[in-house]
Structures are given as structure tokens and as C-alpha cells.
Design a protein around this ligand. Structure first.
Ligand code: IPM
Ligand code: MG
Length: 361
């Protein structure tokens, strides 16, 4: 019950998307809805058939009023994007990137927490708990560029990386705030030794912001190549990693390995204070090779659901999901093959539900 004694409704727009998307979203939604009840919140789901199939059928992955439709909701749960009959750029530029841009979801949050009982090629991970904060609107994802002299020996192509003071300031403020809240160091990941315009601006803006507004938060600079090594060799030394759009994309896949692979990695796309729904999605893709087999790991989607609940005023449900996942991952009969188990998608999702229902009276 909330203060007035009423149950609140949380409206989720579910975009299952392509490949394994429908399987993982279908299995995860009931688990997320059950967890929300711990916060006295009732989940109401609108299923949206947006994605590759729709594009092939109608010419557009989303309807024209897509942003208006999702704005009627509190949050968006997105399964996966990438249809085998479409080129990868068409898949992503027709759905996930427009959503991020049109809703101005400038924060892409990707927590990386090593769980006991989950194998990783990287050993000695106990206590690893950091988060990638990825700038989500510009950088190498600006969409600006072009090609000339098509097919000829003199063909030239450009993709312009855009870095603006406004975008750096707002993502910097979010990342510093998060580091303060978590009691951790902020590490800014750039490549300003080579990219001496764009990434130099990052170093300057974030450095000045820290000195002016967050002098209490420990701060350091790192180059992205050195960070790739450090994530493997000394992951416990990391707290909050602030990255550009592309560096955050790459390093979060590397981070996924530390927590058991892409089947375990969750993300949230947010516009803090913007009054728009966030997009919560597993970091993995549509995995066409296993689509339809019912063996995809639902845990990245359920963990994304935990982020969704936490961002939408359901802290009890969020914590319950995370704890239940920690408890199921050691058990072969409750987990999918990618993390060493024997269960199918639905069994793995239901095991999480059983676990938190057993843990809560
Ligand atoms: C991710 C994905 C996306 C990205 C693609 C699908 C556009 O790789 O969310 O990490 O590059 O951001
Ligand atoms: Mg990626």
C-alpha cells in the first residue's frame, strides 16, 4: 500500500523484439510482475510487436507515433534487436537507437557484479562490483557521416564522433553522483592521447566538474586500452567507469564475461528527471542461432527487470530478484546451458520466482 493505502500500477511497455526476445521477455515478465507485488505495485503490460518482423511486414519497425505510445508507460522492457533477414544496421537504426535518441535516454547503466557459483574464464572475481555508465546519445553513435565515390578505388567513408559539453556535463554529473552514492571511485575512460579533440574535451569537462561539485569523490583518468587489461587483471579496483558511447558498449561486453557471460548482463537506459520511460534491456543480442529453442538465459532480462523496478520505486522487488538470482545460479537444474545448467528458459525463470517466493513470507 502507498501512503493513501492504495495499490499503485506500474505500466510496462514490452517490446519483445527479434530472435530470442519473445522467449526471454515472455518468461521474465511474470517474474518481474510477481516481484513488484512486494512493493504493493501491480504491473500492467502492453505488448508491442515492434521489431524486425513488423519492419518486413509493414516497412517500419515501429509505428510513427512510437514515442507517444511508450510515453504512456512508466518503463519499457526490451528483449532483443537483430533480425536475420535484415542487415544489422537496419535492425538497430530502426528501433533501439531511435528510442534511445528520441526519449533522450542519455544514461546507459550497466552494472557488473560477479556472483558466486557462476563460472567465468577470469578467476578470482570475488567482490567484483562495479558499474559502467555509458553516455548514450552521441559519440560514435551520432549517425553523422557519409560515403562518396561509392565502390571506386577512391571511396571514402566517415562516421563523425560528436562530443558536446552539454552531454558530457550531464552524464558526468550522473556518474559522479552514483560514485558518491556507492562510495566508490570514478574512473573516466577515454583515449585523449590520440583523440585530442573529442576525448580531450571529456577529460577537461569531467575533471572540472569533479573539482567543482564532487571534490569528495575520488577520481582518476584511464585510457580505454589499459582499462581492458585492468578489467581482467584487477576488477576489484573498479567502482564507476564513465565511458563514451562506443567505449561503454565494448567494455560492457567485456564486463559481461566477468559475471558469467552475456546471458547475465543487464542494462538500463535512463533520462534522470526527464519524465520519460527508461528502456531496460539485456546487453545481449537476438542470438538467432538459438532462437526458438527455448534455451536462452532469461537472467539478463530478469536482472534488467530488477533495474526497472528499482528505478520505478520498487526497491523490495528489485532486491528480491537479485537475491533470488544469486541463489539459483549454483543449481544446474535451475539454470540454462550457457552458465552450465540443464534447464530451459521458462524453468530458469520460474526457479527465480520460486526462490524469492520461498524467501518472502
Ligand atoms: C548494446 C548493443 C547496441 C549498442 C546495438 C544493438 C545498437 O550492442 O546495447 O550494447 O551498440 O548500443
Ligand atoms: Mg553492445
Amino acid at each position: 500500500m502507498n501512503a493513501s493505502g492504495h495499490e499503485r500500477t506500474l505500466r510496462i511497455a514490452a517490446i519483445a523484439g527479434d530472435g530470442i526476445g519473445p522467449e526471454i521477455v515472455g518468461a521474465s515478465l511474470p517474474v518481474i510482475a510477481a516481484a513488484a507485488r512486494l512493493d504493493r505495485v501491480r504491473v500492467e503490460v502492453t505488448e508491442l510487436d515492434w521489431g524486425g518482423e513488423r519492419l518486413l511486414r509493414t516497412g517500419a519497425a515501429m509505428p510513427e507515433d512510437a514515442t507517444a505510445v511508450v510515453r504512456e508507460h512508466d518503463a519499457i522492457l526490451l528483449g532483443a534487436v537483430g533480425h536475420p533477414q535484415l542487415t544489422p544496421d537496419v535492425s538497430v537504426w530502426s528501433l533501439v537507437l531511435p528510442l534511445r535518441k528520441e526519449l533522450d535516454l542519455y544514461v546507459n547503466l550497466r552494472p557488473i557484479r560477479a556472483l558466486e557459483n557462476v563460472d567465468s574464464p577470469v578467476v578470482d572475481l570475488a567482490g567484483t562490483d562495479f558499474v559502467v555508465v555509458r553516455e548514450n546519445t552521441e559519440g560514435e553513435y551520432s549517425g553523422i557521416g557519409g560515403r562518396v565515390h561509392s565502390g571506386g578505388a577512391h571511396e571514402v567513408a566517415t562516421d563523425v564522433a560528436v562530443h558536446s559539453r552539454r552531454a558530457l556535463t550531464r552524464i558526468g554529473r550522473y556518474a559522479f553522483g552514483l560514485a558518491r552514492e556507492r562510495g566508490q571511485r570514478l574512473t573516466l575512460v577515454t583515449k585523449s592521447n590520440v583523440s585530442r579533440h573529442g576525448y580531450a574535451l571529456w577529460d577537461e569537462v569531467i575533471g572540472e566538474l569533479g573539482a567543482a561539485e564532487f571534490p569528495d569523490v575520488p577520481f582518476e583518468l584511464a585510457f580505454v586500452d589499459a582499462m581492458a587489461t585492468r578489467m581482467i587483471e584487477r576488477p576489484r579496483s573498479l567502482g564507476v567507469l564513465l565511458c563514451s558511447n562506443l567505449f561503454g558498449d565494448i567494455l560492457s561486453d567485456l564486463g559481461a564475461v566477468l559475471q558469467g557471460g552475456l546471458g547475465m548482463a543487464a542494462s538500463a537506459n535512463l533520462c534522470p528527471g526527464g519524465g520519460v520511460p527508461g528502456v531496460f534491456e539485456p546487453v545481449h543480442g537476438s542470438a538467432p542461432d538459438i532462437a526458438g529453442k527455448g534455451i536462452a538465459n532469461p537472467l539478463a532480462t530478469i536482472l534488467s527487470g530488477a533495474l526497472l523496478l528499482r528505478e520505478n520505486g520498487c526497491p523490495l522487488g528489485a532486491a528480491a530478484l537479485e537475491e533470488a538470482i544469486s541463489a539459483t545460479v549454483g543449481r544446474a537444474e535451475a539454470t540454462t546451458p550457457d552458465i552450465g545448467g540443464t534447464a530451459d528458459t521458462v524453468t530458469a525463470a520460474n526457479a527465480v520466482m520460486d526462490e524469492f517466493e520461498a524467501a518472502t513470507p
